[in-house]
Design a protein around this ligand. Structure first.
Ligand code: SF4
Length: 686
């Protein structure tokens, strides 16, 4: 019998947003998942996690029915009993109403993130929020620092078509590990290497899978990439690699930048980064002598108090050499700002009251614990509706997050596919559809396609989509907005029409629409995103966030990082593993088998200095607490750097709480942003 192949879109929090070709069996189950061959970014390739998606889709622990908690918070499945949907939604609505009557509407905090990247199912929670006047959310946990850093120079959240990587002579992967986290980038890198002999340079504090196959790997200390970028530009100016004609036409103040960089030479950067002068100069000369040079900027090096400036510094390189003007040249970070999608109907933006308070999602721990820096004179958060995220594991300062969720006076509803650690803390748990069971529309960070994923399977058991839950609650709460009366697909059609885009019929295979704006615009030859159409070497940080006073106008090293002291001499990077994606996939047997157990990569010299050996149990700690992991000797970074890949569930750690116990909820500069890789720690034998 011929296979039934249906097309879809990967919804996970990954820049690739792969177009998928899914084997459907008997209309109810899926087999193998492949990349769609006809979509020219995906090119038939998906990561191993999603190739085996049947393992997740048909996991025996998927939630089937709504649950009400009867045991202690966090106890697990036997702390809950099944209830029917009407009873569950009635109870949530009643508890939200009571909380709002007592404290005001801002006491309710709809809390979400990117467990699905679909605009209808992910962002529809905002329609309920705005219609009800509930607290707003500052979505800082992933791309806030990167956005601000990119926008400071480029002025628009888009970059050069990632398919052009195949036409590059030099690819610089800066602050990312696409071999593990965005495999499609490597497809295009492999083409460039095979067909053009292109070089691959990786800038990352440790020897990742991508760094292992690079021609050159620079491993600066975490939080020092800005210094590296400045020294590279110093060499570019000094040794004649700057494209002065390009700079005159396209940049705001090249003379000011050159003067500023005069003292930022490789010796200066070597002292800050821990790199050798020679490798900085080697990289600068390679970059300067290659016009078709493409920087694929990742997120890793932005997860630092100075992360926005680091990102900004890296984006300045192609402006100095004029690489932006060449095919296969320039840089790319994200295209989520490429299409001016009108999200008014999905998000209820016409109901938004800008006076409503806004809470920083990365600070959920301090917020739930009543920190007045966040709450001001406003009410405490006494009711939460959580969709698409697992803050008990992914948010920084897990100790505070856990205390907050345990509060007796906090009512929590979690809508999820599995009984995550956050769902286990809920009063009501609702079972959620997977992306194969609902309709949605997806923009992408990593490419230029707008994509539609339609339901190709019926909902599992009693699962309902995010959209259905939001509409069900809206009805009970008396929230008014036309979006609540529309189906998910009607919202998609409405959004396309309101945005001046073609309807779903124009999407190839019903899934993808190529929105690349063409060479001229794509390479900013008709101007960058600022009002003066120039690339800005002088960043206007004041326009990007309130905490701008410590940030210099020109790219620089900004020494606001948690650089440690004699008590905490090591620098911890909590990097993503290959098999997990935040906490999605960390409950699948194949991924757990590959990753093993929570492990710290520690330099052999550091181990020896502490009298430790490969395989020892070690305790990693700072002023927030400590966790026990096993050490693995690894020489692919500077001896001060410690890497713990994840995210493992809290219960995988011996003491039941994971690596984010140690990370800080301090906001990065200038407007916030989580600083997961900016943590100083001590190590000792456990
Ligand atoms: S590479 Fe990313 S977008 Fe593609 S299938 Fe894997 S998780 Fe999904």
């Amino acid at each position: 019998m011929p296979l039934d192949i249906v097309y879809s879109v990967c919804p996970h929090d990954c820049p690739s947003a792969c177009a998928l070709a899914v084997e459907r069996i008997d209309g109810n189950r899926i087999g193998r998942v492949r990349g769609a061959e006809g979509q020219s970014y995906t090119q038939g390739v998906v990561c191993a996690k999603v190739a085996r998606y049947a393992e997740r889709q048909h996991h025996p622990e998927r939630l089937k029915v709504p649950l009400r908690r009867v045991g202690d918070k966090g106890r697990g499945r036997d702390g809950f009993v099944p209830i029917d949907w009407d009873a569950a939604l009635d109870e949530i609505a009643e508890r939200f109403t009571r909380a709002a009557q007592r404290h005001g509407a801002e006491t309710v905090w709809p809390y979400y993130y990117a467990g699905t990247m679909g605009r209808v199912q992910r962002d529809g929670i905002n329609r309920l929020r705005h219609a009800m006047g509930y607290s707003r959310e500052l979505t800082t946990i992933c791309n806030f620092l990167t956005d601000n850093g990119w926008l400071a120079g480029v002025g628009a959240k888009r970059g050069v078509d990632a398919r052009e990587i195949a036409k590059s002579d030099l690819i610089v992967v800066w602050g990312g590990n696409p071999v593990s986290t965005q495999v499609n980038v490597m497809t295009h890198v492999a083409t460039a290497r095979k067909e053009r002999g292109a070089k691959l340079v990786v800038v990352d504090p440790y020897r990742t899978g991508t760094a292992e196959i690079a021609d050159l790997h620079l491993a600066p200390l975490p939080g020092t990439d800005g210094a590296l970028a400045c020294a590279v530009m110093h060499v570019l100016f000094k040794e004649g690699y700057a494209d002065r004609a390009y700079l005159r036409r396209y940049a705001d103040d090249p003379a000011g930048l050159e003067a500023h960089l005069a003292t930022r030479d490789p010796a200066w950067a070597a002292r800050i980064t821990g790199l050798g002068e020679a490798e900085i100069i080697e990289f600068a000369r390679l970059y300067g002598s290659t016009r078709r040079s493409y920087i694929r900027v990742g997120y890793g090096f932005s997860r630092s108090r100075n992360g926005a400036v680091q990102m900004f510094a890296a984006t300045c390189l192609p402006a100095v050499t004029g690489a932006w003007a060449h095919e296969g040249g320039g840089a790319h970070y994200s295209n989520h700002g490429m299409l001016p999608l009108d999200l008014t109907m999905i998000e209820g933006l016409d109901a938004l009251d800008p006076a409503t308070r806004i809470l920083d999602q990365s600070r959920i721990g301090p917020i739930l614990m009543g920190d007045r820096r966040d709450l001001g004179d406003g009410p405490p958060v006494t009711a939460l509706l959580v969709q698409n995220t697992n803050p008990m594991v992914v948010a920084p300062e897990s100790g505070l997050v856990r205390q907050g969720f345990r509060r007796d006076d906090l009512f929590t509803c979690v809508h999820e596919q599995f009984l995550t650690e956050t769902a286990a803390m809920a009063d009501i748990v609702l079972p959620a559809t997977s992306f194969l069971e609902h309709d949605d529309i997806y923009t992408a960070g990593g490419h230029h396609f707008l994509q539609i994923g339609r339901a190709v399977l019926p909902p599992y058991a009693e699962c309902r989509s995010n959209h259905a839950v939001i509409c069900g609650l809206a009805k009970r709460l008396g929230a008014r907005h036309p979006g609540f009366a529309m189906t998910a697909f009607e919202l998609i059609e409405h959004t396309l029409a309101a945005s001046g885009l073609p309807g779903p019929g124009a999407f190839e295979e019903g899934v993808w629409l190529d929105c690349w704006p063409g060479f001229e615009t794509g390479h900013f030859l008709d101007g960058f995103g600022h009002a003066d159409r120039k690339f800005h070497f002088r960043a206007d940080w004041a326009a990007l966030g309130p905490e701008h006073r410590e940030l210099p106008a020109f790219p620089d090293h900004v020494a606001v990082i948690d650089d440690g002291d004699p008590e905490r001499p090591f620098r911890l990077v909590a990097a993503p593993s290959r098999s997990f994606l935040n906490t999605s996939f960390n409950n699948l047997p194949s991924g757990i088998a590959r990753e093993g157990r929570p492990t710290a990569l520690v330099h052999p010299k550091a181990l020896a200095g502490l009298g430790l050996a490969d395989g020892d149990r070690i305790r990693i700690g700072n002023d927030k607490g400590s966790v026990v992991v096993h050490a693995r000797a690894f020489d692919g970074m500077q001896p001060r750097v410690v890497i713990v890949e994840g995210l493992w569930p809290n219960h995988a750690f011996e003491e039941g709480i994971g690596i984010n116990l140690l990370t800080s909820a301090d906001p990065g500069l200038p407007g916030g942003g989580a600083v997961f890789h900016d943590t100083s720690v001590w190590l000792k034998r456990a």
